[in-house]
Design a protein around this ligand. Structure first.
Ligand SMILES: [Fe+2]
Length: 288
């Protein structure tokens, strides 16, 4: 018999199994498509097509949803893994010129690229291997929250949502673990928190009714969308009901028709002048 003492708890997974999309409205679809598809190298969802009123952009198993309206800006940044950071840099330098006159900017860091979209959303791009096995995807979002909010946020996600969380030693940062290799990081800031403009995230949960019961009892449900989806916006401290932060969550059950939907991703290296037959689709590279 094997006498190794395995720590089984290290591979437990909390109640939120996936963060599927980040939704920020954009005022100009062609410009948004130029940024998210042409510059960042992601893929316009070929099946869910809304015409000029919305565009869904696939990033591995995650998406950006970009309905047309006045710009919304996430209060923090979106962490993204791209297949090739070097070729992203080339596209930022070349195609990025067409975004002159907007808030678009980018900065090379030691192991990532900090990019600002034309309307001020911050996106941090990493190489494959930075977050588990992901070679293309949205492994995390970081949200900037008011001072002293992190411990209560940790309690909310543990006690209400049924997640595992990591509160750091200073208790000023809390990471909510999602599925095998995603997370939401809530980081305290002393700067005044920006006005919440209604952007949202979508998550899938195993226990759908448990969080709903608490949220309903505390008047926190903002939308009863359908049998497999509800929404809430305000994160409160379950100890005393103190309001801590606002970000709308689209909460979906595993019976939602779009759970684990197969998303099409292209190979952003393909171009008119370097076209290679049979290499149109994104294919994960062999892990050495
Ligand atoms: Fe959504």
């Amino acid at each position: 018999m094997n006498k190794v003492n395995f720590n089984r708890a290290t591979v437990d997974v909390g109640n939120i199994l996936a963060m599927e999309h980040v939704n920020v409205t954009v005022p100009d679809q062609p410009l948004a498509t130029l940024f998210y598809v042409n510059v960042l190298g992601f893929t316009r969802d070929p099946y869910m097509d809304f015409g000029p009123s919305n565009v869904w952009v696939n990033v591995g198993r995650q998406q950006f949803h970009l309905p047309t309206a006045d710009a919304q800006v996430l209060r923090g940044h979106v962490g993204v893994v791209v297949p090739d950071l070097k070729s992203l840099l080339v596209r930022l330098q070349k195609i990025g010129k067409r975004l002159k006159g907007t808030q678009f900017t980018f900065t090379e860091r030691k192991n990532h690229l900090d990019i600002t979209c034309p309307w001020g959303n911050h996106i941090r791009c990493f190489s494959p291997g930075s977050f588990g096995k992901s070679q293309l995807g949205i492994p995390y979002i970081e949200l900037h929250v008011p001072a002293d909010a992190a411990p209560g946020i940790s309690r909310f996600y543990e006690q209400v949502m049924g997640c595992r969380t990591n509160l750091n030693k200073t208790k000023k940062q809390c990471e909510v673990l999602i599925g095998k290799e995603q997370f939401i990081r809530f980081k305290e800031t002393r700067k005044p928190t920006a006005f919440y403009d209604g952007h949202h995230i979508a998550v899938y949960v195993a226990n759908f009714s448990g969080p709903h019961r608490y949220l309903k009892d505390n008047n926190l449900i903002t939308e009863e969308s359908d049998q497999n989806q509800y929404r809430f916006q305000t994160i409160v401290d379950p100890n005393n009901g103190t309001v801590l932060f606002d970000i709308e969550h689209e909460v979906r059950s595993l019976h939602h028709p779009m759970y684990e939907r197969h998303l099409i991703n292209r190979n952003a290296e393909q171009g008119f002048f370097n076209y290679q037959d049979g290499r149109d689709a994104f294919t994960p590279q062999k892990v050495l």
